[in-house]
Design a protein around this ligand. Structure first.
Ligand code: GLN
Length: 266
């Protein structure tokens, strides 16, 4: 009788664990789960991103996947949080974090001095490059050619590509900057001849150039940058928690593995 009770208890425990796993998987349907959360979590962290930025974040059917989704999932798994990912305009990420709507932002976001006045950034987990896309038969051959005067440069609104081109080209009256909601829209404007070049992060640049014929990425880069996760300045505890997990995941090679999965070595 006693051992029957024991078996029953074990069975019940197994069943319950199964139910918890099932619940976790369901809650995690917005991001890839590298390992199942072990048990009840500390709560849910809401991540803001703009899923128009492959391979860091993009939609696969209605699910947001990519490097940032997996890095965030690995961090949450380590810390014992559920992860919920919300897709918003890139421009709205920092205001949303400041206003407490989102716990953190992961969006291939470059650390800049201006942004550091608004939010805190974690340790950097990836390097980005602002690259220049032109039509294959364009006269623009190097980054310097962008400053020759009279050119229209397409950028994604609110990104560092936008900031640099605004400062270096528009403010200097060397040309104009056309701002698009999505990087893909800027590239479409290039294809149809509405802009002369697009300044955008190198990884989405590669994806867009592959998808559109007759475009090329210049060998000279516009800028080299660090990507990091943004957290509210009012939530130092979370910043420290994320940094702790992130630094372990960098040290044990997990982050590199995630990056390599999406960005094959050249
Ligand atoms: N790295 C760029 C920035 O931080 C672009 C990021 C993005 O478009 N998701 O401004």
């Amino acid at each position: 009788m006693k051992s029957f009770k024991k078996i029953l208890a074990v069975l019940l425990a197994v069943l319950m664990t199964g139910a918890v796993f099932a619940a976790c998987t369901k809650a995690d349907n917005n991001a890839d789960t590298t390992e199942p959360s072990s048990n009840a979590t500390k709560g849910t962290l809401v991540m803001a991103t703009n899923a128009e930025f492959p391979p860091y974040e993009y939609f696969e059917d209605d699910k947001i996947v990519g490097i940032d989704a997996e890095v965030a999932q690995a961090i949450c798994d380590k810390l014992g949080y559920e992860l919920k990912i919300e897709h918003i305009e890139f421009d709205s990420i920092i205001p949303g974090i400041k206003g407490g709507k989102y716990d953190f932002g992961a969006a291939g976001m470059t650390v800049t001095e201006e942004r550091q006045k608004e939010v805190s950034f974690t340790t950097s987990y990836a390097t980005g490059i602002q690259s220049i896309i032109v039509k294959s038969d364009s006269d623009i051959k190097t980054a310097d050619d962008l400053f020759k005067g009279g050119l229209k440069i397409g950028v994604q609104k609110g990104t560092t590509g936008d900031l640099y081109c605004t400062w270096d080209i528009e403010d200097e009256k060397l040309g104009t900057v056309e701002r698009f909601a999505k990087g893909a829209d800027a590239v479409m404007a290039l294809t149809s001849g509405k802009v002369d070049a697009v300044v955008i992060d190198n990884q989405p640049a590669k994806v867009f150039v592959e998808k559109n014929e007759g475009l090329t990425i210049l060998d000279t880069e516009y800028a080299v940058e660090d990507y990091a996760i943004a957290v509210s300045k009012d939530n130092e505890a979370l910043l420290n928690e994320i940094n702790g997990a992130l630094e372990e995941l960098i040290a044990d090679g997990t982050i590199q593995k995630i990056i390599d999965k999406y960005i094959p070595a050249e």
